[in-house]
Design a protein around this ligand. Structure first.
Ligand code: NAD
Length: 483
């Protein structure tokens, strides 16, 4: 990886990676490495943070909080925006590093590196003003929002930059200090972001720790951590909440999804079918908000399925730096094996494969995009989140019935309704139990719009002005005017 210079001329190298503790880059006695999922080859060494590193970082974060929390929101905003500009100068380097460690095709690596900037800079422009609830002759009552302390941000491997930025910006803007913990599968971009940030923030305000599977539990159990902002699987989210409950840490949990797309019979099939296939296979299906169950009205089912199949055949599966690559590899061996269990079940149950199917072993964790034709509602592929490029398409005829089937899940992250009749679409959309519901779109997120899940897809929400509140305590201030 090339080196580059940051805003002040200091060199940033994209091939050495260290933890960032109390303003300094820190090595560890033990190291490990990630794997390039397209080649299964080892990537550079990264630290394995020890329990002592955790204690040192939390102590530094707590100390830094004393003065950082007393700065004004304008001062913090200015620091974050300066950092955002420095990050932007390196956006291309981050995109390449992301493609190397995560596997996503460079066009999407560039996109995520870009949304990383957008999330950082747009959230930094938000405000969380005091609210005057009552103002009479007698008294004034104000609600204000005060920072919590040391925030730990735990990030998964599917969007290591964007999801990190979506936690860094609100945590710092509201006056907290933050320790970023990237996934052990994709530690590289997160460590580099923290390194780059150091000259914009006092020591201890923004730290990063990379480690092995011990690190997350150490952080969630630490008595001096005040908040866990977690994005990852529902299974791990429950463990995080359990651990955080011991000290009543605040938690925000952004968890798994099993998003339905309901396609009505009035849609323009040629226009909509390719979009839905794309929204199912983006990032090789490894997005919490990918379309994961497609309910198509029986009147257009065959034609719609065939149009999806036709489009799916045009999607190129290749390593991320190859020209025209649309689907890169699955990010890691564990996830690759998990996705295989869905193929095994489809085979065992004898469901029809409309396109794709099992992929021959290769140098990387590649899987062809696959559509399963009308499996049973209680099948594994309809009920569970594969987090890979395999999606079911099923039929519906009755509106109330399809709404009930779409809601018949413990998940409630996103959903979409596709129709040329906007009244019909909105009527259906308003009955879906999910944190984000789109009409004629899906995965259309924004840094200024709150994002979170219903049911087992999460607790609380992030992004948007109201997302800032999840990084704060609320305080009601009663100012009596007459004694
Ligand atoms: P994961 O839950 O395995 O890991 C997420 C993070 O948690 C990693 O950094 C991991 O090291 C850490 N971790 C693991 N065990 C821990 C523990 N006991 N205590 C604390 N931290 C721990 O998830 P993943 O496989 O990296 O990501 C895929 C999942 O994330 C999918 O289910 C997907 O839907 C979900 N996801 C949700 C969102 C969202 O915003 N709702 C976004 C992206 C991914």
């Amino acid at each position: 990886m090339p080196s580059a210079t940051n805003g002040s001329g200091a060199k940033i190298f994209f091939d050495t990676f260290q933890n960032v503790i109390d303003g300094k880059q820190v090595t560890t006695s033990q190291t490990r490495h990630g794997i390039n999922p397209a080649t299964k080859k080892a990537l550079p060494e990264v630290p394995i943070a020890s329990k002592e590193d955790v204690d040192t970082a939390v102590k530094a974060g707590k100390e830094a909080f004393k003065s950082w929390s007393k700065t004004t929101i304008e001062e913090r905003r200015e620091a974050i925006l300066k950092f955002a500009e420095a990050y932007k100068e390196h956006q291309e380097d981050f995109a390449k590093l992301l493609t190397t460690e995560q596997g996503k095709p460079l066009q999407f690596g560039n996109m995520e590196a870009g949304t990383g900037y957008t999330w950082l800079s747009e959230i930094a422009k938000l405000d969380l003003p005091e609210e005057v609830i009552e103002d009479t002759e007698d008294r004034k009552v104000i609600t204000r929002y005060t920072p919590l302390g040391v925030v730990v941000a735990i990030v998964p491997w599917n969007f290591p930059i964007q999801l990190a930025m979506g936690k860094i910006a609100p945590a710092l803007l509201t006056g907290n200090t933050i320790i970023l913990k990237p996934s052990p599968f994709t530690p590289y971009c997160g460590l580099k972001i923290a390194e780059l940030a150091q000259k914009f923030f006092p020591p201890g305000v923004f730290q990063a720790l990379s480690g092995d599977d011990n690190l997350g539990p150490w952080l969630t159990a630490h008595p001096d951590v005040d908040k866990i902002s977690f994005t990852g699987s529902t299974v791990t989210g429950k463990k995080v909440m359990e651990s955080a409950s011991k000290t009543l840490k605040r938690v925000t949990l952004e968890l798994g999804g099993n998003d339905p797309a309901i396609v009505c019979k009035s849609v323009d099939i040629k226009a909509v079918a390719p979009q839905i296939a794309t929204l199912g296979f983006l990032n090789s299906g490894q997005i919490c908000l990918c379309v994961k169950r497609i309910y198509v009205h029986s009147a257009i089912y065959d034609e719609f399925r065939d149009a999806m199949v036709e489009h799916t055949k045009t999607l190129k599966v290749a390593e991320g730096f190859a020209d025209g690559a649309f689907l890169g590899p699955i990010q890691n061996s564990m996830q690759y094996e998990k996705v295989q269990t869905f193929f095994d079940d489809v085979e065992k149950q004898g469901y029809k494969v409309a396109v794709g199917g099992k992929t021959a072993a290769s140098d990387g964790y590649f899987i062809n995009p696959t559509i399963i034709d009308n499996p049973a509602d209680d099948s594994m592929i309809v009920q569970e989140e594969p987090f890979g490029p395999i999606i079911p398409i099923v039929k519906w005829t009755d509106e109330d019935d399809v709404i009930a089937r779409a809601n018949n899940t413990k998940m409630g992250l996103g959903a979409s309704v596709w129709s040329s009749d906007l009244k019909e679409a909105e009527r259906i959309a308003r009955q879906i139990e999910a944190g984000s519901v789109w009409i004629n779109a899906h995965i259309d997120v924004s840094p200024i719009v709150p994002f979170g899940g219903h049911k087992e897809s999460g607790i609380g929400h992030e992004w948007g002005a109201s997302g800032l509140k999840h990084f704060c305590n609320s305080q009601s201030l009663f100012l009596k005017k007459k004694v």
